[in-house]
Design a protein around this ligand. Structure first.
Ligand code: NDP
Ligand code: 2IT
Length: 443
């Protein structure tokens, strides 16, 4: 059995209770057969075994008191996966579905995504099974303070820099930052996605969604097309989705859907973003409320968003939200490109269908890397005690996304499958991590 297959098999056998982690590892390692064959020294160096084993895994109790005076207990996580390229960097997710396997899949993807940005950031991820839905601001604050009271011991501006992800936005980052400062006395860039008044970066909030659209535009441009006049299906209604919708509209495309974990809306006239923001961001309500403002739109409870006919699909909600049947529906509807805003939103079966049917496909670790790249720009500004303008950061983001597209398509060409950007992204990102790990010895 080949080295790659042996490592995949070991991970599969050992982590049967972590299906998302096994899925992410299998996808990446299956792209690496040729690179590994070309570099026999990798096996002797145990490179893949080291890559799939986090440098450090932290799990901790997060006790907090709810508004009724009842003590609640959640579990906190931080997986410091790989620091070969730089300090651990990656978001925190607060969602009831969070468990060790989910955080490990996100951390593993993050190593490779961060490598693609070309910036000096390693991979990490964390979070909790805490559900922010329906909690008061005081409960959110109390939870964040308790979470940070344990986490602060292990993070720092040069060691591990968390940020937001699902359920963690500006409000949560503010509470986490305040508690870190209170415990350490340090005003340092230990978190990214901070508010502008205390060290945050302009354009960080926009960066993932905008970056996704910039990369999509590069992809289309290189295939003789553009976003102008295209119909786009976006899932989600959070940070990534809303900024993707905004930039799509700016570039002349029409986004006709948005969704949350309850269901999805279809507005053939084009999604009214101000309404979505009012419902989801200001009121923290359900997307179904959209109909009260736009009665001609449709709301469907549950799944089914990918049955809407479109030119471009952008899954921006969560992992495995787009399966084989959804992929078939997109192909049937004449979809041209699928670009992932979320982390691992397409199942392996869905990706195989896209690749087989010649749909342009940009995997999340490349397409959504604009967020973490801009986090690294926030770290730079914090270290320099400077603030750059929105336009400066947006211009850098555009260049970073164009460079990522160039690097992954070049790697795909180098390995004989020019249209396979899954292969391109996995190989291009892995090569840099592998080189850094080899250079630093057995650690
Ligand atoms: P938000 O919390 O801002 O928004 C998440 C959205 O997805 C909400 O609309 C939420 O609905 C929906 N959602 C969450 N879980 C589920 C689920 N299990 N089923 C269906 N819908 C769900 O998160 P982000 O926009 O930040 O993150 C979205 C995706 O993008 C995630 O995969 C994240 O890892 C990825 N990502 C985020 C980056 C960032 O900078 N924020 C960077 C790169 C990737 P509801 O309101 O009902 O919870
Ligand atoms: O998945 C991701 O890249 C993020 N949630 C952003 C991480 C970050 O450190 O900005």
């Amino acid at each position: 059995m080949s080295y790659v297959n042996r490592v995949i098999k070991n991970v599969q056998t050992r982590y049967q209770d972590q299906p998302e982690f096994v899925q992410a590892v299998s996808e990446v390692l299956n792209s690496l057969h040729l690179v590994i064959e070309q570099n026999p020294d990798y096996e002797r160096a145990g490179l893949l075994e080291r890559l799939v084993e986090p440098e450090r895994t932290l799990m901790f109790r997060v006790p907090w008191v709810d508004d009724g005076g009842q003590v609640q207990v959640n579990r906190g996580y931080r997986v410091q996966f790989n620091s070969a390229i730089g300090p651990y960097k990656g978001g925190l997710r607060f969602h009831p579905s969070v468990n060790l396997g989910v955080i490990k899949f996100l951390g593993f993807e993050q190593i490779l995504k961060n490598s693609l940005t070309g910036l000096a950031i390693g991979g990490g991820k964390g979070g909790s099974d805490f559900d922010p839905h329906g909690k008061s601001d005081r409960e959110i604050m109390t939870f964040c303070q308790s979470f940070m009271t344990e986490l602060f011991k292990y993070i720092g501006q040069d060691t591990d820099v968390p940020a937001g992800d699902i359920g963690v936005g500006a409000r949560e980052i503010g509470f986490l930052y305040g508690q870190y400062k209170r415990l350490t006395g340090l005003n340092e860039g230990v978190l990214t996605g901070k508010g502008l008044s205390y060290g945050g970066s302009l354009a960080r909030a926009e960066a993932t969604g905008y970056g996704l659209v910039y990369l999509t535009n590069e992809l289309l441009k290189n295939h003789g097309s553009s976003l102008a006049g295209k119909t786009v299906v976006v899932s989600g209604a959070g940070n990534v989705a809303t900024h993707a919708i905004e930039k799509c509209h700016e570039l002349g495309a029409k986004v006709v859907t948005a969704s949350d974990s309850s269901g999805w809306i279809h507005d053939p006239n084009g999604i009214n973003l101000a309404t979505v923001r009012r419902i989801k961001k200001t009121d923290r309500g359900r997307i179904s409320k959209y109909l009260e403002f736009h009665p001609k739109a449709n709301y469907t409870e549950g799944r089914g968003i990918w049955s809407v006919k479109c030119d471009i699909a952008m899954p921006c909600a969560t992992q495995n939200e787009l399966n084989a049947a959804d992929a078939e529906a997109l192909v049937k509807g004449g979809c041209l490109a699928v670009c992932e805003g979320a982390n691992m939103p397409s199942t392996p079966e869905a990706i195989n269908i896209f690749l087989k049917k010649g749909i342009l496909f940009a995997p999340g670790k490349a397409a959504n890397a604009g967020g973490v790249a801009t986090s690294a720009l926030e770290m730079s500004q914090n270290s320099m005690r400077q603030s750059w303008t929105f336009d400066e950061i947006d211009a850098r983001l555009k260049i970073i996304m164009a460079d990522i597209y160039r690097d992954i398509s070049q790697a795909a060409k180098d390995f004989g499958e020019p249209d396979n950007l899954v292969l391109g992204a996995n190989v291009a990102s892995f090569r840099k991590v592998a080189e850094a790990m080899l250079a630093q010895g057995v650690i």
